[in-house]
Ligand binder design. Structure first.
Ligand code: SAM
Length: 272
């Protein structure tokens, strides 16, 4: 068997046991392969067949393999159209639903937030584009990830240029300060975001949410039954009429009930 086929066979055997789906990993497999390769060196195992045997004999190793299978790619303002639709259609409808007086808070959860690119994009978008229109509304953004190292990077909030290239130039120039070749987010844009370690496969970390972003994680990498279970919990965490946003190439599994897609877009759903 060629090396490529050996990797495919190994991942096709291992991923379902982690409740993950192989097709999601096809394009990004090299990231996972490199990590597993390093793990084989640490364990002084000769090849994937030996690792497979090791997993059978040491079931606790599955937890390690689970961490090696996390895809961490992200960037600011990823899939610009989604952010545009949030500003044009979703936020106005959420605001309409709010009581006219009292603490007007928009409660947002980013599940699988990587190093903060997504929640900070929302914070920047709010400050640059929406705050003037909705001066009495405060966004509160809970950002969670299962990887503590990514969360630590998120709190520091300094990025290479490549992470910022999709942001409108004026926003990038206002929100970041250059520091030793990196771009560091200014403190005022960090304020609305709180980072918490959390596994999206567990109970939800908050309820009565206005908006959940769960992009490029559950609906790409997890098996369909797990997608159903998580979708049910995300629905329960949303307020009536709240919104769920997926990655632009993702969709909810076929016959999920309780959500209606935004007209003309399969990545954005309203809880019904
Ligand atoms: C591909 S990134 C997507 C980041 C961002 N949502 C985006 O669309 O740009 C997936 C993120 O999910 C995180 N992740 C993986 N498994 C997770 C889990 N079980 N619970 C929470 N986060 C997880 C990874 O650490 C990674 O940061």
């Amino acid at each position: 068997m060629t090396a490529n086929l050996q990797w495919t066979a190994f991942l096709q055997w291992a991923l379902p046991q982690l409740r993950m789906r192989w097709p999601g990993f096809r394009k990004v497999r090299t990231q996972v392969q490199k990590r597993i390769h390093k793990r084989l060196q640490v364990l002084q195992l000769a090849d994937l067949a030996a690792y497979r045997h090791y997993l059978v004999v040491h079931p606790e190793e599955w937890r390690v393999l689970d961490t090696l299978c996390r895809i961490t790619i992200s960037r600011f303002y990823r899939d610009r159209r989604i952010y545009e639709l949030l500003a044009e259609q979703v936020i106005p409808r959420l605001v309409e639903q709010m009581p006219r007086v009292g603490g007007r808070k928009l409660r947002i959860w980013c599940a699988g937030c990587s190093s903060g690119e997504e929640p900070y994009s929302l914070a920047i978008q709010w400050a640059m584009q929406l705050q003037q229109q909705y001066p009495d509304i405060t966004p509160q953004i809970l950002a969670t990830d299962t990887d503590p190292q990514l969360l630590q990077r998120a709190r520091v909030a300094c990025y290479p240029y490549s992470s910022l290239k999709d942001l409108p130039v004026a926003w990038r120039e206002s929100a970041f300060a250059a520091q030793a070749g990196r771009y560091c987010l200014k403190a005022e844009y960090k304020c609305p975001v709180v980072f918490v370690e959390h596994d999206v496969r567990g109970p939800v970390p908050a309820t009565a949410l206005s908006l959940i972003l769960c992009r490029n994680l559950v609906y790409t990498y997890f098996e369909t039954d797990l997608q159903y279970e998580i979708t049910q919990r995300l629905g329960d965490a949303l307020q009536p009429g709240g919104w769920l946003v997926l990655g632009s190439h993702e969709a909810l599994p076929g016959d999920v009930r309780g959500f209606t897609p935004l007209s003309g877009n399969r990545a954005i759903y309203q809880k019904t």
